[in-house]
Design a protein around this ligand. Structure first.
Ligand code: ZN
Length: 388
């Protein structure tokens, strides 16, 4: 099993110079490879692979005096740029993601190293560079496989350490207590609504910081292009973004930890986020909530404990189906937050009803997978929630 830890590093002036040149070389290789592939395709209808065709050109380029400066960099890092581009193309073709884009010198920079890397109490080491001072919080047992260096757009340097660790495989739970199964609906008015009726408000980190960000963005747009003041303003914008991202990430870690610790199985609905992002009105909320990131945190935290995260298909109309009698409403606009079932007369809170449906459907899925689910954990009626 591979375990990643990220540590802050503090390169000295000389090392900063070297790392920046290396990031530049990695970016150069990536962008040049992308240019060659695009050009060959458009002009000559020839499909080149970044992995099979372009990577081979690196040693040839280094022999050419024009590109001799590439020799300064760790060759592994340059080869990895080709591999990363290859992955970006695979995502484009197989997962219908966007066409690979050129890397900007203003964005996040990174370089990958896996040969002759090491880590000490307060330093890390990569090829062609003296040991770099690092803040290593705790040591990971196991073999160090790779180090990925990065520089954020705010000018901080990090090293991502990948260790191969032997971890006892946690056997997945065979028995689940129904009261420890939770259905979670990811709402718009709230970040989460669970099948017990608990609603967790959207932290809206971005919204709070939005005004601050807007102001800094405006200040940036007023500065003359290429000026030192513009560079300064851009850094301020990047720092504001960074704070928002860090706060959201921390929050997601705490929330997912709590959900996994309190339950044995978590049932969620997969959402076609990319589809929903097309709706501009919803886009802010969705990006804000960071659903996808939260789900992946839930996923790995659960698997560490042998617990389950079940993702149900979207076709399962969880908010329109009455969880008591199964009656399905034909139409329900997003504005409708509560409704009464015409069949059995039970009043529903839209989101809590959906979460209960997810839980019930999830229990069926767990049973179908051969898990034993203990009898009723006492389903709560969503009607009690609408009173307010
Ligand atoms: Zn009903």
């Amino acid at each position: 099993m591979l375990k990643a830890t990220k540590v802050r590093i503090y390169p000295n002036a000389e090392q900063v110079d070297l790392l920046n040149r290396q990031f530049g070389s990695v970016r150069f290789v990536y962008n040049t490879a992308l240019h060659i592939i695009s050009h060959r395709y458009h002009r000559h209808a020839q499909s080149l692979s970044a992995y099979h065709d372009i990577k081979k050109l690196l040693p040839i380029a280094k022999r050419n005096s024009r590109y001799a400066w590439l020799k300064e960099s760790d060759s592994v890092a340059l080869a990895q740029a080709c591999i990363n581009l290859d992955k970006a193309f695979k995502r484009f073709f197989k997962e219908k993601k966007g066409y690979p884009r050129f890397k900007s010198r203003r964005g996040k920079q990174s370089s990958y190293h896996c040969m002759s890397v090491s880590v000490g109490d307060d330093w890390i080491r990569v090829p062609k560079c003296s040991p770099i001072r690092a803040k290593v919080h705790r040591h990971t047992e196991g073999k160090l496989k790779s180090i990925t260096l990065s520089r954020t757009s705010t000018g901080k340097y990090y090293a991502s350490l990948l260790h191969e660790v032997e971890q006892p495989v946690v056997a997945p739970l065979k028995k689940v207590d129904a009261s420890k199964v939770v259905g979670i609906d990811m709402g718009l008015t709230h970040l989460l609504i669970d099948s017990t009726g608990k609603k967790i408000a959207n932290p809206r980190h971005t919204k709070k910081a939005q005004r601050n960000l807007n102001r800094k963005q405006q200040a940036l747009s007023r500065k003359v292009k290429g000026s030192a003041r513009r560079a300064k303003a851009r850094l301020k914008v990047a720092k504001a973004h960074e704070r928002v991202a860090n706060a959201r990430n921390d929050y997601q870690h705490k929330l997912s930890r709590q959900i996994v610790d309190d339950n044995q199985a978590v049932i969620v609905e997969t959402l076609k986020v990319s589809n929903m992002l097309k709706n501009r009105k919803l886009a802010q909320h969705i990006a804000d909530a960071g659903w996808h990131a939260l789900l992946s945190k839930l996923d790995y935290k659960a698997s560490e404990q042998g617990k389950r995260v079940i993702k149900l298909n979207q076709w399962f109309a969880s908010s329109k189906t009455c969880h008591c009698c199964g009656y399905k409403m034909a139409e329900m606009s997003l504005k409708v937050r509560s409704w009464r079932c015409p069949e059995c007369g039970v009043a529903h809170d839209r989101d809590v009803n959906a979460a209960i449906n997810l839980k019930q459907q999830g229990i069926i899925t767990l049973k179908a997978e051969g898990l034993s689910v203990s009898a009723h954990g006492g389903l709560r009626q969503s009607s009690s929630e609408v009173a307010a």
